[in-house]
Design a protein around this ligand. Sequence first.
Ligand SMILES: Cc1cc2nc3c(=O)[nH]c(=O)nc-3n(C[C@H](O)[C@H](O)[C@H](O)COP(=O)(O)OP(=O)(O)OC[C@H]3O[C@@H](n4cnc5c(N)ncnc54)[C@H](O)[C@@H]3O)c2cc1C
Length: 566
Amino acid sequence: MQQTNTFDAIVIGSGMSGGWAAKEFCDKGFKTLLLERGRDVKHLKDYPTTNMMPWEFKHRGEVPYEIKKDNPIVSKCYAFQEDAMHFFVKDTEHPYVQDKPFDWIRGYQVGGKSIMWARQTQRWSDYDFQGPARDGFAVDWPIRYKDIDPWYSYVEKFVGISGNKDGIDTLPDGEFLPAWGLSCIEDHFKSAVESNYKDRYVVYARCAHLSEPQPIHLEQGRGQCQSRNLCQRGCPFGGYFNSNSSTVPWALKTGNLTLRPFSVVHSIIYDEAKGKATGVRIIDTNTKEAVEYFAPVIFVNAGAVNTNLILLNSQSGRFPNGLGNDNGLLGKYFAFHNYRGHISAQYDGMSDKNSTGGRPTSAYIPRFRNVKKQETDFLRGYAATFWGGRWGGPNTDGYGEELKAKLMSKEEKLGPWFIGSQFMGETIPKESNFLALDKDKKDDWGIPLIKFNVDYDDNDEKMVKDFFEQYTEMFTKAGFTNIKTDDSKQAPGLDIHEMRGVRMGNDPKTSLLNKWNQMHNVPNVFVSDGACMTSTSTQNPSLTYMAITARAANHAIDLLKKGELK
Ligand SMILES: Cc1cc2nc3c(=O)[nH]c(=O)nc-3n(C[C@H](O)[C@H](O)[C@H](O)COP(=O)(O)OP(=O)(O)OC[C@H]3O[C@@H](n4cnc5c(N)ncnc54)[C@H](O)[C@@H]3O)c2cc1C
């Protein structure tokens, strides 16, 4: 049994980061087992709503009341609609424990959350990697921008990122396909902001879409993005990146990948005599049978929270409190992004202009607070999105070509420009924000439920207030009126950027992973999803997870080749 169940590498989780680990190992000739707790989702075949018209949905796109009532948490996610709700975990299916409220949004299937993500892909900068050391929180990152820069490029070329080279030090440029460009209202805001402030920029938000597919994308079987903006259904063109259209089929094509869906990882097996991890224990979710698999190297990419859960549940005589957890920090200093703030306004100018057609992204305002020096009474800062549109005319009867012509007609009066910005704040990791195993409650497979003790603090409150003040000023300078601020006061979690609990660092006394994402105490176990992050930055994190994973996997491959991981 041990022989048939032995591989060169095991990867846990087939989402955004796990797909990359599997691809790297398979590309370099290593027999790899990719374990996924959910069902398989095959590109094209398993996107049941991808070509449906609005009127073909039984509830015209709305989630039925009964489902919303039974699933209050996932229903808060903007993308949980009738067209994509089959890709989200329902609250009722996989409960968890909230000592403090946490809105945990999940996708348990091959592809994980990469199917439903919003595809925003901004690089982090050295202001992010140097942040904890400069501002004196958390621990120092063991890497700097220069370490990850080539891996960003490596990933971007394969994924396909549409963007402009903006030359801004807070938002490094990458390997970009052409941008769709800014709309006239975004251009207007850009001019207003950049002429009034010397350190604030409005740019086209980089996104994982094929605006002009390159041979490497065609080789993946992917094609041009059609700007349908129906991405959360899965794209019939492969126009945006998800693991299902890209890394997983690529790895399968090598013949080196064994993909095992319906396999929930219970724990990692630690062999005390050998002083290393030897494999993983899974439960087949259909048969409830426990099975063990073995490999000299294990990548844990189950999504930040589940990665913490697996490691906390990997208990042995040597590690009674969870794998590698000598310092007791596993699960601690958990952090997220604060998405509570929203600001809207109206613009009465440019009434002769409108936007036409679709576009998969919006504008982005990189962080400008506390970047080069501490200038406010809170630590770190925030980025924001920006978008605008016109709607609401007196005569929008009709449909199809007739309606389109009316909407575009100069005679038909549309309403004014409506404008919005979404706040994206960095949260400061703190020991009091932690994940732990519930002592009593278990799931259907006998695995303890994860328990959240995560909350905002005073720093977050001050940052939201500053966002409202600064954006009110910027909106006013741009001539916007009817400015309204909204603090949703939503619980942590809806940002869907869970991070930390297994942080990287230089010192084994204060961190769990080294600069190559290896556990300090169990070097053949690598963690390279959100759990590994040392701080959270303001940028959407998935591009960084992918780059860190590609870097870590190639380091593991070097070690395997040198015989240093047996
Ligand atoms: C609506 C939405 C919008 C988003 N927008 C953006 C965005 O614009 N930009 C951005 O950067 N990020 C965005 N995100 C977040 C992004 O999707 C995640 O950061 C990313 O998917 C995380 O990658 P991952 O590999 O860590 O986890 P996932 O992609 O979630 O993959 C983890 C996989 O592990 C599996 N798994 C879990 N536990 C186990 C276990 N015990 N055994 C076996 N398998 C297991 C899961 O089923 C899943 O398939 C968004 C997410 C959502 C839902």
